[in-house]
Design a protein around this ligand. Structure first.
Ligand SMILES: Nc1ncnc2c1ncn2[C@@H]1O[C@H](COP(=O)(O)OP(=O)(O)OP(=O)(O)O)[C@@H](O)[C@H]1O
Ligand SMILES: [Mg+2]
Length: 265
């Protein structure tokens, strides 16, 4: 997928969309589709704006645009953490269309519940939680470089919903983030499971990428984001990047906002 992003974007933008079904457990309308162009077909999801459930803390009718904005930031990092995503018209009106990622059923688990005395080697703590029988367990995620990049991306886009179902390990060994409708708020709404690196120094490659983003946001990336965000949200994105660079560390949870999605999956 990562190898032919321009072709995927063309297919998603220009291809004929056919709806095959609805993902029933989703809170918004999420339609499983195929896009077909010049004999090439690819599975995708289509989330029509008309199917967006209104939220108290985000303006109506532009979650789809936020998904595209999140994709643009991911693409600008060079880390390709979000599958190609476009805004286009479809059978149920304008919406976002994103390439489908087939989950790898053999991929190792990235979350676990462990003994509260833990975590085990190779795992990082998220939070202690009460489980059945009144026992306490430690919720942990793997100390995985792909998750760490996702944590940096989420800090930039201010992702309010990075639960465990919102990353998909693909058969090519890559990890893809999905569901970025609640992002880019001007308030700190970072809600994620990926707190294992909180306050730790950012890795060198993350600092390099953030430095690049700072310039890009003031230029071509900013222009690509502008149709989807308010000027204040665009400015806040630049401010988050600047704050991350100045601190040189992964962020801490906000005291004013539930920082862990619950249930975690
Ligand atoms: N690009 C994708 N590739 C593969 N599966 C996807 C993709 N996008 C969404 N899905 C599947 O569809 C489900 C619902 O999508 P999504 O989480 O984006 O919608 P939602 O309405 O916000 O749902 P929820 O409120 O349950 O989080 C996901 O949990 C995932 O299983
Ligand atoms: Mg979801």
């Amino acid at each position: 997928m990562a190898a032919d992003v321009p072709a995927a974007l063309g297919l998603l933008r220009e291809g004929t969309l056919t709806v095959h079904g609805r993902l029933t457990d989703a809170s918004n309308a999420v339609l499983y589709c195929t896009a077909e162009l010049d004999g090439v077909t690819a599975p995708c999801v289509y989330k029509p704006v008309a199917g967006e459930r209104p939220l108290w803390d985000f303006p109506d009718g532009n979650l789809a645009g936020r998904e595209v904005a999140a994709y643009e930031v991911s693409a600008a990092t060079g880390w390709a953490l979000i599958p190609p995503t476009v805004l286009r018209d479809g059978p149920h009106g304008p919406g976002m269309v994103q390439l489908w990622v087939e989950p790898d059923p053999d991929a190792p688990e990235l979350l676990d519940l462990q003994d509260p005395a833990g975590p085990a080697a190779g795992w990082l703590p998220i939070v202690r939680a009460e489980i059945e029988g009144g026992r306490t367990a430690l919720l942990v995620h793997r100390d995985d470089g792909r998750l760490r990049r996702l944590a940096v991306l989420d800090a930039v886009i201010n992702n309010a919903d990075r639960k465990g179902g919102h990353w998909i390990p693909a058969a090519d060994g890559r990890l893809y983030g999905i569901d970025h409708g609640v992002t880019f708020n001007v308030e700190d709404k970072l809600r994620t499971l990926l707190w294992g690196w909180a306050e730790r120094p950012l890795p060198e490659d993350a600092r390099e990428v953030l430095g690049r983003l700072a310039g890009d946001l003031a230029g071509p990336l900013g222009e690509r984001l502008a149709p989807h965000l308010t000027p204040a949200e665009l400015a806040a994105t630049g401010a988050r990047v600047a704050a991350l660079l100045a601190a040189g560390r992964h962020p801490l949870p906000s005291p004013d906002w539930p920082s862990i999605p619950w249930p975690p999956l």
